[in-house]
Design a protein around this ligand. Sequence first.
Ligand code: PGA
Length: 251
Amino acid sequence: MRSKLIAGNWKMNGSLATNDAWVRDVQLGMRAFHSQKPHVAMCVPAAYLSQVQQLIKGSGIDLGAQDVSAHEQGAYTGEVSAAMLKDFAVRYCLVGHSERRQFQGETDEQVAHKAQRALSAGITPIVCVGETLAEREAGKTQEVVKRQLAAVIHANGHCISEIVVAYEPVWAIGTGQTASPAQAQAVHAVLRAQLNAATSHSDRVHILYGGSMNASNAAELLAQPDIDGGLIGGASLKAADFLTIIAAAAR
Ligand code: PGA
């Protein structure tokens, strides 16, 4: 069985002072988990990679980034390359988060290239997929998530078993409206089948659920057979809530 992966996503939140306090609190709380703890990662704003890299040394928390350029290097003002992330020992990088698809107009193809860049730098891309409310209501959930994942599978061939997938229904992100465990499990099973068809090593791939996962609903969601962890936004900002979610994954 895959051990669970709990990844936080601070989004555009944090400061030197609050990051410092957060890492101290989580580090302290994680001591209670001993060897049963799940894998834990925190995807932080690029500006804080260096700070958090130093703070988490020896803590068992892995460093994550929230985006990566689809280009290798050069005249792309404001972008951060996979090689630069690697310089800060980044282990995971979100690609195709719905906020970037929505506000930066990222396409499936761009997301697939970003996943490729991350993989070639030795960084695990956490590929985010998910349908909008309108798409769910139109009965298009499966079609949308399969299309989004297919682009990444197509561009990454045999490396596909090295990715992490995060199913994040857009209507559940930051809204307090979580997908029910059954709704989430149904989509995870579809994604799992798609990965099985793409690679014989699909059992390595973690499929995370994200979208208003919190301290009260995490245990139920994480108990589903195809939910291998969580991608947590709002609830990752409070150390106590994040620790409760880690504890739910440690069971
Ligand atoms: P949320 O965000 O937990 O605040 O809903 C999840 C995400 O966007 O990754």
